[in-house]
Design a protein around this ligand. Structure first.
Ligand code: ARG
Length: 296
C-alpha cells in the first residue's frame, strides 16, 4: 500500500509493526571521488574542483563521528571511473524481512553516469549472503535507493521520495515485495532532488525537514507521523544540507558544520550535535546522510 494523502491513510500509526532499527553502516572510500559531470544543480561550476586530500580528511572525520556514536562501519573500496560511488546511500535499499532475513533492493539509477556503481554493491552484499532483489524494475522507471527511500526508525514503514531521481510507481512494487506500507512524498524543488536532502528521521517521534521542498500533502503526512518536527531554515537546508544529517542512535546527530539554528533546535530537544565538515562533498550535492548506507 502506497499513500500520498493523509485522507487516504488506511491505517493508524499504532498499527505499524516494529522493525529493528539499523545498527551498522557501510561507507565507500573516497579515493576515486571527483566531480566530472553535472547531474544535480549543486554540481554546477564545480567540475574538476575536488581537493582529494581534503576530501579524504573529511571522509575520515565523518567515519570517526559515526564510530564515536558506537556504530560499526563496514568499509567498501571505491572503484576507479565511478566518481560518485562515495555516495553509497543511492545504489541499494537494504531491508530486513518480517522473518528477520536481510536483503537489498538494487537501484535503477536515474543518472546514467552512475548506473555502473550498482553491480559493485550487488557483489558486496551477495558475498555476505544477503538476498538480492534485482528484478523489480523494468522499462524506464528509476529508483535511487536510500537517497529516496528511508525506513522509519524502529517501524516497518518506508518513506519514499519521488519526482527527480525516483518514479512513484516503483513504490507499489517495493511495498508488495518488502511487505511494508510506503508513504510516497513528492519532491518539489530541484535542489532537493533526493528525499534525504530535505527529510531526516531523528527518532520514532522526531524529524528534521525543509518544509518548502514538499507539497502540502507531503507536509501533512510528515506532521501526522512525527509529533516533533524541526524546520531547518532555508540557508542551512539549501547551502549546508542541514537535513542531510544523520542520527544513528536516536541521540547523536551528525551534521555539516555551521547549521547554527538547526543545532539550537536539536539541542533544545535533547539531541547531542556532532559537527563535521563535508564541504568537498557539498559541491557534488551530498553530505552526511548520503555518504553512508544503513544496514543491520
Ligand atoms: N553527485 C551525486 C548525485 O547527484 C550526489 C548524490 C548525493 N546523494 C544523496 N543521497 N543525496 O547523484
Amino acid at each position: 500500500m502506497v499513500v500520498s494523502r493523509l485522507s487516504d491513510l488506511p491505517f493508524q500509526k499504532a498499527d505499524l509493526l516494529d522493525m529493528p532499527a539499523a545498527d551498522r553502516m557501510v561507507m565507500t572510500t573516497p579515493d576515486h571521488f571527483d566531480i566530472q559531470y553535472v547531474i544535480n544543480p549543486h554540481m554546477e561550476g564545480h567540475v574538476g574542483s575536488v581537493d582529494p586530500v581534503k576530501a579524504r580528511r573529511q571522509w575520515d572525520e565523518l567515519k570517526n563521528a559515526f564510530e564515536s556514536c558506537g556504530v560499526p562501519v563496514d568499509v567498501m573500496e571505491g572503484i576507479p571511473g565511478q566518481p560518485d560511488m562515495v555516495f553509497c546511500a543511492n545504489q541499494t535499499l537494504p531491508f530486513i524481512s518480517e522473518g528477520g532475513s536481510r536483503g537489498v533492493v538494487l537501484s535503477k539509477m536515474h543518472a546514467l553516469q552512475r548506473a555502473g556503481e550498482v553491480k559493485h554493491f550487488e557483489a558486496w552484499f551477495a558475498e555476505k549472503g544477503w538476498d538480492i532483489v534485482d528484478d523489480l524494475f523494468h522499462g524506464d522507471s528509476d529508483f535511487e535507493g536510500m537517497g529516496d527511500a528511508i525506513w522509519h526508525r524502529g517501524k516497518r514503514l518506508l518513506w519514499g521520495g519521488y519526482g527527480f531521481r525516483t518514479d512513484r510507481s516503483i513504490y507499489d512494487l517495493i511495498s508488495r515485495k518488502l511487505e511494508t506500507p510506503v508513504i510516497a512524498l513528492q519532491l518539489d524543488d530541484p535542489e532537493f532532488y533526493h528525499l534525504d536532502t530535505c527529510f531526516c528521521i531523528l527518532d520514532e517521534e522526531t524529524a528534521l525537514i525543509y518544509p518548502p521542498a514538499f507539497t502540502p500533502e507531503g507536509r501533512d503526512l510528515i506532521k501526522h507521523f512525527f509529533p516533533r518536527v524541526i524546520n531547518a531554515p532555508e540557508r542551512e537546508a539549501r547551502d549546508l544540507f542541514a537535513c542531510n544529517a544523520h542520527c544513528p542512535d536516536g541521540k547523536h546527530v551528525v551534521i555539516q558544520r555551521g547549521c547554527t539554528s538547526t543545532n539550537e533546535a536539536l539541542e533544545s530537544l535533547g539531541f547531542t550535535v556532532i559537527e563535521v565538515g563535508t564541504d568537498e562533498y557539498l559541491k557534488s550535492g551530498g553530505s552526511v546522510f548520503c555518504m553512508k548506507l544503513m544496514t543491520w
